[in-house]
Design a protein around this ligand. Structure first.
Ligand SMILES: NC(=O)c1ccc[n+]([C@@H]2O[C@H](COP(=O)([O-])OP(=O)(O)OC[C@H]3O[C@@H](n4cnc5c(N)ncnc54)[C@H](O)[C@@H]3O)[C@@H](O)[C@H]2O)c1
Length: 287
């Protein structure tokens, strides 16, 4: 099989994970990289044996079949649209776009151009959620009445060296973590028909806790806690019984509360349930 050529746009924190894992796929070969910060692209190129170029040059390369977009979220739709216009397929980090209109435009242009668009997260393909899928398909609980998800993470300024973009406008935990919960629920129950939500922004600034800029403050523009969001989805199994999806909480609690708050969830996640999907044991081993 001739591997597809991948052009990476955005050589930041998560790019190292992609580049490490891409080496395990015979079907892909990362060939080139670009970054708004030219020096970051040069460093990545040298470390991984890639060609460093501008994003415009990357889009014009004949050996790039797929553009992999790992920029901050407000660039995802722009990069995807540029790639589609250049005749490339796209895989982008989440979210697909930061507005519904932009997301729809990316999909419409890709359909028109006959290009494929993929977006993170792919975690619904993992052993845990595949096991839930198999249980639902097998009728283990009958027609699901409600699914509830909770995503409570320590705030990203604890570990990310430049976390400001995660708190900027049209960002925050809803767009950063929400895609994990919502993608899982949609994969299990079906597309969403109607949404209601409550959100709060209990703090207006954060402070970087790690890396060379530790101690620097940044503004928090978006709510950091979204709770009691509810969605109605079309019936999955029994006609006439639309299941509800309740997002119990998606939040980045303040650092000192997060440990106390998260402890019971961390303990619960360590309990091992039997997994049934075919790749369950291997994916568990890689956790
Ligand atoms: N860091 C993680 O653990 C993690 C995990 C899952 C998903 N993600 C997602 O991956 C994406 C990137 O996150 P990150 O943590 O790597 O961010 P980062 O800030 O560490 O890196 C982003 C890189 O993109 C570059 N960039 C910014 N605008 C650009 C543009 N217009 N064109 C080209 N390059 C540009 C920046 O210079 C930087 O090098 C985000 O959407 C994030 O939600 C990150």
């Amino acid at each position: 099989m001739t591997p597809l050529g991948v052009g990476l746009v955005g050589c930041g924190t998560i790019s190292t994970v992609y580049l490490r894992n891409a080496a395990g796929f015979d079907s892909l070969r990362v060939v080139a990289c670009s970054d708004a910060d030219r020096a970051a692209a040069e460093r990545t190129a040298v470390t991984h044996g890639l060609a460093a170029c501008t994003t415009e040059e990357l889009m014009r390369r004949d050996d790039v079949d797929i553009v992999l977009c790992l920029t901050p979220p407000d660039w995802h739709a722009d990069v995807a649209l540029q790639a589609i216009a250049a005749g490339k397929h796209v895989y982008t980090e989440k979210p697909l776009a930061t507005s519904l209109d932009d997301g729809r435009r990316v999909i419409a242009e890709a359909l028109e151009a006959g290009r494929l668009v993929g977006a993170a997260p792919d975690t619904f393909l993992g052993a845990g959620l595949e096991t839930v899928h198999a249980a639902l398909d097998g009728g283990a609980i009958g027609a699901p009445a409600v699914a509830e998800t909770h995503l409570l993470a320590g705030p990203p300024e604890d570990w990310h060296p430049s976390p400001a973009f995660l708190y900027a406008e049209r960002s925050g935990p809803l767009l950063d973590l929400g895609p994990y919960a919502i993608t899982s629920a949609v994969a299990l129950l079906g597309p969403v028909r109607r949404v209601t939500a409550l959100a709060t922004r209990p703090r207006e600034t954060g402070t970087i806790e790690s890396g060379p800029r530790a101690g620097t403050s940044f503004p928090i523009a978006e709510p950091t806690r979204v709770s009691r969001a509810g969605a109605r989805v079309p019936p999955r199994m029994t006609p006439g019984v639309p299941p509800g999806l309740r997002v119990g909480e998606i939040a980045w609690p303040r650092r000192h509360t997060s440990r106390r708050y998260l402890a019971p969830w961390v303990a619960a996640s360590r309990q091992r349930a039997p997994l049934r999907s075919p790749f369950a044991e291997s994916s568990r081993a890689h956790r």
